[in-house]
Design a protein around this ligand. Structure first.
Ligand code: NAD
Length: 260
């Protein structure tokens, strides 16, 4: 389905991004992986995904909180493959603290990665997409693009921003064969969620087990974590020709969380 196409998935050394990168590679796309991690482990991962794919799988370790690094990564991918046909803005971080104790540096880091990085990747990906009259941009937002939870001010602000960015750019490129959508996962069991459990327990004065059951799963009527494969399946559909008319949407995959 994606053979001859090139997909760049930010933050794809772990969690949701890795699941999407694997799915796209298995469908024949060239894939550019990105994200942090131990060099040997990342190379093992890259080689393993490359084995499963008829396309090429490369890795770029750009730190997406830096504009110059984003420009270098996008420039290299476009020079090597002609275009990034499918751009998935997935890299993200979280910090949990009450607003009056929220470290300013954490606010800046979350806004830079979870919102501003997507502005840069999108503006750089668009010219070759326009030249090819085909493109897919998928932003991994969050249920927190639609509703809020306490103690996550920077994350919720950035994710609501991504929803607005998605709708705006979708309108700008609607006549050019390019779609842009946001996927809004509920809680998916990944390192990002695991890492926020101790701080959430501290902020709410409850145990870590209570965070899992009374905060995380409590939000989701299904009482189940969302699976990475479910997000990858929707990202695959959105990258397909069948999804040509799906644009400017902010799509929850959240076990019913935002229906409440
Ligand atoms: P994760 O921690 O497993 O993966 C995050 C990825 O981003 C990793 O590859 C990491 O190396 C990379 N990354 C971090 N900082 C980076 C930087 N400065 N530059 C480049 N890469 C960087 O997290 P995840 O849960 O898979 O989250 C992926 C996306 O999904 C995030 O945008 C997150 O907000 C969103 N999301 C996650 C959940 C969830 O429950 N896990 C729910 C809703 C939305």
């Amino acid at each position: 389905m994606l053979s001859g196409k090139t997909a760049l998935v930010t933050g794809s050394t772990s969690g949701i991004g890795l699941g999407i990168a694997r799915a796209y590679a298995s469908l024949g796309a060239n894939v550019v992986l990105n994200g942090f991690g131990e060099a040997g482990q990342i190379e093992k991962l890259r080689a393993e995904i490359d084995e499963t794919s008829p396309g090429e799988v490369r890795y770029d370790g750009a730190d997406l909180s830096r504009q110059d690094a984003i420009e270098a990564m996008m420039g290299k991918a476009i020079a090597e493959f002609g275009a990034v046909d499918v751009l998935v803005n997935n890299a993200g971080i979280q910090h949990v603290a009450p607003i009056d104790e929220f470290p300013a540096a954490k606010w800046d880091a979350i806004l830079a990665l979870n919102l501003t990085a997507s502005f840069h990747t999108i503006r750089l990906a668009l010219p070759p997409m326009k030249a090819r009259k085909w493109g897919r941009i998928i932003n991994i937002a969050s249920a927190h693009a639609l509703v809020a939870s306490p103690y996550k001010s920077a994350y919720v602000a950035a994710k609501h921003g991504i929803a607005g960015l998605t709708k705006t750019v979708a309108l700008e490129v609607a006549e050019q064969g390019i779609t842009m959508n946001a996927i809004c996962p509920g809680y998916v069991w990944t390192p990002l969620v695991e890492r926020q459990i101790p701080d959430t327990a501290k902020a709410r004065g409850i145990s870590e087990q209570q965070v899992i059951h009374d905060v995380l799963l409590h939000a989701q009527p299904t009482k189940q974590f969302v699976q990475v494969a479910e997000i990858a399946a929707l990202a695959t559909f959105l990258a397909s020709d069948a999804a040509a008319s799906v644009t400017g949407t902010v799509l929850p995959v959240d076990g019913g969380w935002t229906a409440q």
